[in-house]
Design a protein around this ligand. Structure first.
Ligand SMILES: Cc1cc2nc3c(=O)[nH]c(=O)nc-3n(C[C@H](O)[C@H](O)[C@H](O)COP(=O)(O)OP(=O)(O)OC[C@H]3O[C@@H](n4cnc5c(N)ncnc54)[C@H](O)[C@@H]3O)c2cc1C
Length: 387
C-alpha cells in the first residue's frame, strides 16, 4: 500500500482546509433532527455545493468534482477535523447517489443527482416496516402497476428525518403474488404526493428524528423506479453495501472524536487515572480509529484496482459501530457522575456534547442492518459456515 499523497492531492487538501477555515459556522447549527436545524443544514449543504465540495467524488456533470476516492478520504479528514456540521443528506448522497450511479438511467441521474448534491432534494430511506426490519424480505407494502404509474399502499417505519425530507426511496412489492425477496421494486417517492401521510416519533435524543410513512393509493410514475420491475432486492442489496461499506462512515468521522477524547482524558487525567482501564480504553480507541483509517485506504486501493466490496462490508459496519460505542463509553467513564448532565447544566462546563453522542452511538449496532445480522452474513458468506 502506497501511503504518500500526490502534489495534486496535497493541493486539494490545502484548498479544502482553507475553505473550511473561512466558512465553517462559528456557532453550531441547531440539531438537524428539528425542522429549524434541518433547514439550517440544508443551507450549509448548498454552500458546500457552490464551492464544489458537496460530493467531491461524483462526476462534474452530476454535481460533483470528478475526484477519486482518495480525495474523498482527504476531504472527510479535513471536514471532520474542522468540526464542520454533520451531513444532513446522507441518505441521498451516500446511499441513493451511488445506487443511481450503478442502476439508474441517465435521465434519472441527471434529474436527481445534481439536486441531491446541492440538497435541493433531501431524502429519507423507507425500507423498514413494522413486520420487516432485519427480515426485510418480509416487506408487504405494495406497488401495483396502473399504466405508467404504480399505486402504493402500506406503511414504513423508522424512517430517519422523513418528517422534513422531500423524497423517499424504498422497496415495495410490485408482484402481489410474490414472496420474500422476489417481486419487489425500488421506487423514489416525492413525499408531498397526495395519499402520503407522515407521523413523526421521537428518538432517544427526545427529538422527532424518526417517522412512520403511510401510503394510501399514492400514485408514483413508473419512471421513478430504479432497476427493473421485480429486481428491487438486487438494487437494495447494493444500497446496503454502500451503507455498511466505505461511504456512510468514513474513518475521519471517528478519528476526530478520538482526538477530542484524548483531550478530555488529559484534562481529567488525575481522576481518570484512578482507574487504569480508562487509560487503556483511550489508547484502544486511538489505535482502532487509526486501524480503521488504514483499512479504508486499503479498501480504496482495492476499489481503484477494479475490485468490489462484497460481504466484508459487514465487517466494516461492525468495526465502526463498535468503535463509536467504545469512544463514547470511554468519555462517559472519564466524566464519571457528570456524564449524565445535559449541555445546559453549569457543572458540565465545556465538556459538552458527549451525552448526545453516547446516546446516538447506541443505535450504531442497530441501523444499517443490526450487528447480529452482519455476523450472520460474515459466518455464512465469508466463512462458509452452515446456516
Ligand atoms: C437510528 C436508527 C435509524 C434508522 N433509520 C432508518 C431509516 O432511515 N429507514 C429505515 O427503513 N429504517 C431505519 N432504521 C431501522 C433499522 O433498519 C431497523 O431497526 C433494523 O433493521 C432492525 O430491525 P427491527 O428494529 O425491526 O428489529 P428486529 O428485526 O425485530 O430485530 C430485533 C433483534 O433481533 C435480532 N435478530 C433478528 N433476526 C435475527 C437473526 N436472523 N439472527 C440473529 N439475530 C436476529 C436483531 O439483531 C435485533 O437485536 C433505523 C434504526 C435506527 C436505530
Amino acid at each position: 500500500m502506497q501511503l504518500t499523497y500526490s502534489a495534486t492531492q496535497q493541493a486539494f487538501r490545502e484548498e479544502v482546509r482553507a475553505w473550511l477555515a473561512e466558512n465553517v459556522p462559528a456557532t453550531a447549527l441547531a440539531s438537524y433532527d428539528t425542522r429549524e436545524g434541518f433547514e439550517q443544514h440544508r443551507a450549509w449543504e448548498r454552500k458546500l455545493f457552490d464551492a464544489r465540495l458537496s460530493m467531491v467524488m461524483w462526476p462534474e456533470h452530476l454535481g460533483g468534482r470528478g475526484c477519486g476516492l482518495i480525495e474523498w478520504l482527504i476531504f472527510e479528514e479535513e471536514y471532520y477535523g474542522a468540526g464542520a456540521p454533520m451531513r444532513v443528506n446522507q441518505n441521498g448522497q451516500l446511499l441513493l447517489g451511488p445506487t443511481l450511479m450503478e442502476f439508474g438511467t441517465e435521465q434519472q441521474r441527471r434529474d436527481f443527482l445534481p439536486r441531491t448534491a446541492s440538497s435541493e432534494i433531501m431524502w429519507a430511506q423507507a425500507w423498514s416496516e413494522p413486520n420487516a426490519g432485519s427480515d426485510m424480505a418480509a416487506i408487504s407494502s405494495k406497488a401495483i402497476r396502473d399504466g405508467d404509474h404504480y399505486v402504493l399502499n402500506g406503511q414504513k417505519t423508522w424512517s430517519t428525518r422523513a418528517s422534513f425530507a422531500d423524497m423517499a426511496f424504498g422497496l415495495f412489492r410490485s408482484d402481489p403474488a410474490s414472496s420474500r425477496h422476489h417481486g419487489l421494486s425500488y421506487l423514489m417517492v416525492p413525499l408531498d404526493t397526495p395519499g402520503v401521510s407522515i407521523r413523526p416519533f421521537k428518538a432517544l435524543n427526545g427529538k422527532d428524528a424518526f417517522a412512520e410513512i403511510f401510503f394510501d393509493d399514492v400514485r408514483v410514475p413508473v419512471a421513478n423506479r430504479i432497476g427493473d420491475e421485480g429486481q428491487g432486492w438486487h438494487v437494495a442489496m447494493a444500497t446496503a453495501g454502500f451503507e455498511r461499506g466505505l461511504l456512510l462512515r468514513s474513518p475521519a468521522r471517528f478519528q476526530a472524536p478520538v482526538r477530542e477524547l484524548v483531550k478530555l482524558y488529559r484534562k481529567h487525567q488525575d481522576s481518570a487515572d484512578r482507574d487504569p482501564a480508562i487509560r487503556e480504553a483511550v489508547l484502544k480507541c486511538w489505535m482502532d480509529a487509526e486501524a480503521y483509517a488504514l483499512g479504508a485506504y486499503n479498501t480504496v486501493g482495492r476499489l481503484n484496482a477494479g475490485e468490489k466490496i462484497g460481504a466484508e462490508a459487514s465487517t466494516n459496519k461492525i468495526v465502526w459501530s463498535e468503535l463509536d460505542l467504545l469512544i463514547q463509553e470511554t468519555a462517559m467513564r472519564i466524566l464519571g457522575p457528570r456524564a449524565e448532565l445535559r449541555n445546559e447544566a453549569p457543572l458540565l462546563g465545556d465538556d459538552q456534547g458527549w451525552l448526545e453522542a453516547f446516546l446516538f452511538a447506541q443505535a450504531g449496532p442497530i441501523y444499517a442492518g443490526t450487528n447480529e445480522i452482519q455476523r450472520n452474513i460474515i459466518a455464512e458468506r465469508m466463512l462458509g459456515l452452515p446456516k
